[in-house]
Design a protein around this ligand. Structure first.
Ligand code: PMP
Ligand code: GLN
Length: 402
């Protein structure tokens, strides 16, 4: 593309995501990939059987743009059963190509030039990209360390007359923070006081290991009418490749998402949409086992990271551990993650890519624990050799985001 042409692209300076780059690096070195967050075991067998049955039954064509009605009803039933939130499946639920499309469509539909979008920092990389695509402005609210908690004064200070949307993520990627009821109350207060829309990315809603369970922002007083909630079967059922997600909330917000989504994917994954109906029906049995096993794997990784000389922040939710690498004498997470696969056969994600100012997150690195126990044990054994090795020169230095 010509230099002139490139300037027309809103994300001209953005290459492959950090997840893609680190996964490539892991593959090149045969390293254990604790970078990109995807489970290495399949989700529930009955859901796989349902997908196969849907394929055999001939469901090969486009789904309706807002998603199969059966799935919209199943999502509405889920929100009622889990959280007491009442939704009309015909108008208040839209199925999307993963949570990714729900977030992109929501930001494109609801924000534009002149609008500010407040996000919790560190933030999932797609937020900054989608806000840029919409032509809006990202305003980060940094979580306070240690503990990655939300300071309500920092949140209030970030809100201006231009703020249009609070884009929240709880349970939070990459820190594993689950916002406590008090923080949610403060967020709701701010949103109501400034008449803000809220996009609540709750894709890790079911991956909470202890303490108060996840509480949806939309369930707080005065929030249902201003909140679009985003969910994903990828996280809840360990089917990240199926790309079935959804957005729920007031009719006008769901219509706005649907209007944009019809020009993004139109619709996708008809057989998988059928299978997710079945997966949601059998959710409770699946969850007990998933949570318990993930909690044990979290503990294994946290212990291993600490033994290797890092300081692991114990996440209450998600399947990520953020660890401080400074005790190893490592000043820079990006250089550390670029060298890690060659150095000890493990891949991870530098948290600095989740900050507007990369200096801020330089000493944090994220490791995923949604891997089989034996894989994590091997990763921990390899990480234990870290203190005896020196960083090796990085193989690739180009690119802005990894
Ligand atoms: N939000 C967050 C916080 C995530 O970690 C992810 C992970 N991919 C997504 C959204 C996107 O979810 P999906 O895979 O369903 O598109
Ligand atoms: N959500 C996953 C993660 O944070 C996958 C991200 C991606 O591949 N873009 O690791």
């Amino acid at each position: 593309m010509t230099a002139r042409g490139t300037r027309r692209v809103r994300l001209a300076d953005v290459g492959p995501t950090v997840f893609t780059r680190m996964s490539e690096l892991a593959a090149r070195h045969g390293a254990i990939n604790l970078g990109q967050g995807f489970p290495d075991t399949p989700g529930p067998e009955h859901a796989v059987e349902s997908a196969v049955a849907a394929l055999r039954a001939g469901y090969h064509q486009y789904p309706p743009v807002p998603g199969l009605f059966e799935l919209r009803r199943a999502v509405a039933d889920h929100q009622r059963a889990q959280y007491g939130i009442d939704l009309d499946p015909a108008t208040e639920v839209v199925v999307t190509t993963g949570a990714s499309e729900a977030l992109a469509a929501a930001l494109l539909a609801l924000t534009g030039p002149g609008d500010e979008v407040v996000v919790l920092e560190p933030y999932y990389d797609a937020y900054a990209a989608c806000v840029a695509l919409a032509g809006a402005t990202l305003v980060p609210v940094r979580l306070t360390t240690p503990g990655f908690t939300l300071d309500p004064a920092v949140l209030r200070a970030a809100v201006t007359a231009r703020t249009k949307v609070l884009l929240l993520n709880t349970p939070h990627n990459p820190t594993g923070t689950v916002l406590p009821p008090e923080s949610l109350r403060q967020i709701a207060e701010t949103a109501r006081a400034h008449d803000l829309l809220v996009i609540a990315d709750e894709v890790y809603e079911h991956l909470v290991f202890e303490g108060p369970p996840h509480q949806p922002v939309a369930a707080l007083p005065g929030m249902a009418e201003r909140t679009l909630t985003v969910g994903s079967a990828g996280k809840t059922f360990s089917f990240t490749g199926w790309k079935v997600g959804w957005a729920t909330g007031p009719r006008e917000l769901v219509e706005a998402v649907t209007a944009v989504k019809q020009y993004l994917s139109l619709g996708s994954g008809t057989p998988f949409q059928y299978a997710v109906v079945d997966a949601l029906r059998l959710l409770p049995g699946h969850l007990a086992e998933l949570r318990d096993s993930l909690r044990r794997r979290r503990d294994l990784l946290v212990t291993g990271l600490n033994a290797a000389g890092l300081i692991a922040h114990v996440p209450r939710g998600t399947y990520f551990v953020t660890a401080d690498i400074s005790p190893l004498g490592e000043p820079d997470g990006l250089a550390f993650c670029r060298s890690l696969p060659a150095r000890c056969g493990v891949a991870a994600i530098p948290n600095q890519v989740f900050y507007a100012d990369p200096q801020a997150g330089r000493h944090f690195v994220r490791f995923a624990f949604c891997k089989r126990r034996a894989v994590l044990e091997e990763a921990v054994a390899r990480l234990a050799t870290l203190r005896q090795t020196r960083p090796v020169p990085t193989l690739r230095t180009e690119g802005t985001n990894a």
